[in-house]
Design a protein around this ligand. Structure first.
Ligand code: FAD
Length: 397
């Protein structure tokens, strides 16, 4: 009989385990289905683990209840993350507000978390069933073991990153204990689109991307925009991906030159025409955008093989219009197997924001992505996993 069992050994579980040891609370176990804990941590932030962000506020989060998210985030914010890792001897660094371990290697975060917890972890333990009988929970694992505990924390993630142990089975555990799961969507994923020709595959550009519903702007995101085999990807696209499913006529409008106003670019191109009249029009936008994209624009406008001297003012304006307002058709989004995080989850109306304890089942707690809370790209999901885990830790001292 344990006082507490944590189901799942991902980021939030390991943070919670570390906080419990700091509280001098030792009567707990972490059950992880994989052969080791924290596999997903290793692939986060492209192997560099983007832990949190210097810019932290509610506008970066999505989910059923903002007051629910706000409580945990305010109590355990980005500065709290920094102090938590400093106590473990791990220094952090930042790039454009994104916070990483100083080593810029995810394994250093995983090591800082997992090493003190070696005696508290059981791996290869896939919890397939949970029952509450009287004051205790009975947990059954796929290998036939039974565990008895007074309290349970479901830290077993969402439906994204399925090859890392999170296939959505976590939600069934919550449902068997009486909880409702909101509609689930893949978020922070690529977007399927047949807009760009194959020749542009691999082009990466800094861009301002606006998701439009018919002609109404829904949300804007600025960052990397990548043209891929199947569509478009990059941070700017990831951040808009969860909104697409609830948009009736979704379309991206992409500004490849967000730092420059329309008229300024038009004037610059007119100057270029005056200075280099014999240069081929396909190179008109070279220096502004990738040369293959410059050629693509010239082809679309039918000026590819002309000298710049033959390109009139209206055509220059059309070229700039395309570069600053490029319409990208949206054919769908990459599925859960490609998404970084799940939009939706355990309905937070049935969870106490001050403890993360279920309002329906005493002794049941939740941390991280299993809850109906998800964040934008930039460290916001690991921050949520941290904040929610720290709130749970307060109940075990
Ligand atoms: C490729 C990728 C890159 C990402 N990069 C970032 C980033 O840089 N910054 C950021 O903030 N977020 C990032 N995320 C999102 C972030 O990793 C997750 O939101 C976060 O890990 C969620 O933490 P968690 O503890 O809730 O769940 P997880 O870390 O997903 O852990 C859940 C654990 O539970 C285990 N488990 C599941 N079911 C059971 C069961 N029934 N029994 C036992 N064990 C079970 C799983 O094997 C897993 O180890 C990324 C995600 C992916 C997929």
């Amino acid at each position: 009989m344990k006082k507490l069992i944590i189901v799942g050994g991902g980021y939030s579980a390991l943070v919670l385990g570390g906080a419990l040891l700091e509280n001098n609370f030792k009567d707990f176990l972490i059950l992880e289905r994989n052969d080791r804990v924290g596999k997903k941590i290793l692939v986060t932030g492209n192997g560099r683990c983007n832990l949190t962000n210097d810019r932290l506020d509610l506008s970066f989060y999505h989910g059923g209840r903002t007051d629910f998210i706000e409580y945990a985030l305010k109590k355990y914010d980005n500065a709290s993350v920094e102090r938590f890792f400093a106590r473990r001897g791990l220094l952090l660094t930042r790039e454009n507000g994104r916070v990483y371990p100083l080593s810029r290697v995810s394994a250093s975060v995983l090591d800082a978390l997992r090493l003190p917890l070696a005696d508290y972890v059981v791996t290869g333990a896939f919890v397939k069933d949970i029952k509450k009988t009287g004051d205790c929970f009975l947990l059954k694992t796929a290998d036939g073991q039974t565990y008895k505990t007074e309290n349970v924390v479901l830290s077993c993630g969402g439906k994204s990153g399925q090859n890392l142990g999170t296939d959505g089975s976590s939600y069934r555990l919550a449902e068997t204990l009486g909880h409702t799961i909101t509609k689930l969507y893949p978020s922070l994923t690529f977007v399927l689109s047949s807009t760009f020709p194959k020749g542009l595959k691999g082009i990466k550009h800094f861009a301002s991307v606006t998701l439009v519903d018919g002609d109404k702007p829904v949300k804007n995101s600025v960052g990397d925009f990548l043209i891929t085999e199947k569509g478009v990807s990059g941070n700017s696209v990831f951040d808009l991906s969860s909104e697409i499913s609830s948009t009736k006529k979704p379309l991206f409008s992409v500004d490849f030159l967000p730092e420059y106003k329309f008229a300024l670019v038009v004037d610059a191109l007119k100057n270029k025409r005056g200075f280099y009249p014999d240069v081929a029009a396909k190179n008109m936008l070279t220096g502004y955008v990738h040369s293959a994209f410059s050629e693509h624009v010239a082809l679309r406008l039918g000026i590819h093989d002309m000298p710049l001297s033959s390109v009139d003012d209206n055509t220059i304006k059309s070229a700039v219009e395309l570069v600053k307002n490029y319409p990208v058709k949206i054919d769908g989004v990459g599925g859960f197997e490609f998404s970084q995080v799940t939009h939706g989850g355990v309905d937070t109306r049935a969870v106490n924001k001050k403890t993360m304890e279920s309002k329906l089942c005493r002794g049941l707690y939740f941390t991280g992505e299993i809850l109906d809370v998800d964040g934008d790209c930039g460290g916001y999901n690991l921050q949520w996993a941290y904040s929610s885990a720290m709130v749970v830790s307060e109940s075990f001292k």
